[in-house]
Design a binder for this molecule. Structure first.
Ligand code: DAT
Ligand code: MG
Length: 149
């Protein structure tokens, strides 16, 4: 069973889109196996976005993700990484297809609502930054009750 890290970013939390966004993933068949609200600090932000160190938008990205609370969650399901990325849509909301989260709720690249891991390697690294193994719902992971038979 694959896992992916999703962050509901400051803009989406401030706009009270949390429930609508979680529903998109649940409707798709992904199962929430961990979740918390937190204010990301500088160190956590730099660790999470390590792949973007040195890029011109890095400082702004860190400033933004630390600016107000986010929701971090782990979603599980078959091909969870790819399925979540499809549900989220293209990085730039202007380019994201209608029907995706970014395509339906956003217009600004710097305020694109949601983060989703881009590979299984990234997801394991990112999940470990935000959650301990004890915080993952092992019962749900072990009992694939949500899978439609
Ligand atoms: P994604 O979030 O789709 O995985 P990414 O990993 O390439 O996209 O970039 C991380 C975030 O950084 C992205 O969600 C928004 C921001 N970002 C990416 N490219 C940018 C750019 N050219 N200018 C400003 N912000 C950018
Ligand atoms: Mg990315």
């Amino acid at each position: 069973m694959e896992q992916t890290l999703i962050l509901i970013k400051p803009d989406a939390v401030q706009r009270s889109l949390t429930g609508k966004i979680i529903a998109r993933f649940e409707n798709r068949g992904l199962q929430m196996v961990a979740a918390k609200q937190l204010l990301v600090d500088q160190k956590l932000a730099e660790e999470h976005y390590a792949e973007h160190v040195g890029k011109p938008f890095f400082a702004g990205l860190v400033e933004y993700i630390t600016s107000s609370p986010i929701i971090a969650m782990v979603l599980a399901g078959n091909n969870a990484v790819k399925v979540a990325r499809q549900t989220i849509g293209a990085t730039d909301p202007k380019e994201a297809s209608p029907g995706t989260i970014r395509g339906d709720y956003g217009i600004d690249l710097g305020r694109n609502l949601v983060h989703g891991s881009d590979s299984t390697e990234s997801s394991q690294r990112e999940i470990n930054i935000f959650f301990s193994s004890e915080q993952i719902n092992e019962w749900t992971m072990a009992n694939e009750k949500w899978i439609v038979e």
